[in-house]
Design a protein around this ligand. Structure first.
Ligand SMILES: [Zn+2]
Length: 118
């Protein structure tokens, strides 16, 4: 079973941080900003990354700046739960064609304006 914490909820979709067995909370890594050296990636533990950075400075004393990255697993899934009540559905059905009609009208007017100015 996957335990999820909601990050963002849209109208129809929910973005969650994916958690559960086999899914690391974070994947940590670090890259030297002076050369191309990169640490291996470690799941759920920043300490090996910190040790790698210190060892890199010991080997290359002038290389002292790093970019540390944390990767996380996200998942977007359809919003579950009760379906919207009928009045909302009716409003969306009615507003949809009206909005498209308005956009067509505005597009037509925008096309006419430059011609009127010339
Ligand atoms: Zn370096």
């Amino acid at each position: 079973m996957t335990e999820e914490a909601s990050i963002v909820k849209g109208a129809d979709w929910v973005l969650c941080e994916e958690r559960g067995p086999g899914v690391p909370e974070g994947i940590y890594g670090v890259a030297c900003m002076t050369c191309e050296a990169r640490s291996p990636l470690f799941d759920d533990d920043q300490l090996p990354v910190a040790v790698w950075a210190i060892q890199h400075v010991q080997q290359e004393p002038a290389h002292r700046q790093f970019i540390a990255t944390t990767e996380r697993h996200w998942r977007v899934h359809p919003r579950s739960g009760p379906t919207p009540p009928a009045p909302d559905s009716f409003l969306q059905r009615a507003a949809g064609p009206a909005f498209v009609g308005l956009m067509c009208l505005l597009t037509a007017l925008a096309g006419l304006l430059p011609a009127a100015l010339n």
